[in-house]
Design a protein around this ligand. Sequence first.
Ligand code: AMP
Length: 182
Amino acid sequence: MTLSKTERKIIENSIRDIQDFPKPGIVFKDITTLLNNKKAYGVLMNHLYQRYKEYNLDYIAGIDARGFIFGAALAQMLSIGFIPIRKKGKLPYTTFTEKYALEYGVDEIEVHIDAFSEIPNAKVLMIDDLIATGGTANAAAILINQTGAECVEACFIIGLNFLDGQKKLKEKTVVYSLIEVN
Ligand code: AMP
C-alpha cells in the first residue's frame, strides 16, 4: 500500500524547508510543521497503520530523535513494542554500538542488547523522519540484526534521492520513503 496523490500532497505541503540550517548549503526538512498540523499528522499515521498492519511486525525501532515520534505512535496503533535506537551514551543498560561516518568525523548509535529478546527472530520495522547519506540508518540496521532480530523494512517520511543513502540501505533491507526529494 502506497500513498495516494492527495495524501502525498497534504503531507508534502506540511513539511517546511529551512535554508542553511544547521549550516550553509543544507536545506533542513522541518517536520514540526507536519506534527502541529492535525490533518497532515493524521493522514500520515493512518497511512503508516494501513501499510504496516499487514506485516505482522513484532517491534518498531525508532531512530533518535525524530524517529521516536512516528515510531512510538505507530507501535501503539499496531499494539506492538517500541525500541529506541539512541545516540551514544544515552541508554543506561549494556548496549551494542555501531559507528558511522559523518561529513566530518564519526558518530555512534546504540541499542540495548536485550531490546528484542522477548520474541525470538523478531520482525522489526525501522523508522526515521529522513534518510540523507544513509549512515545512521545503515548503522541502525546493523544493530538490529546484531541483536538477533530481523529488520524487515526501513521507513522514512522523506528520502533525499540526490544522495546515495537509500541505495546503500537497499542492500540490507527493503526501503520505503513516502516523499522522495530529487
Ligand atoms: P544520514 O545519516 O546522513 O542519512 O542522516 C539522517 C539523519 O540526519 C536523520 O536522523 C535526519 O533526521 C537528519 N537529517 C539529515 N539531513 C537532514 C535534512 N536535510 N533535514 C532534516 N533532517 C536531516
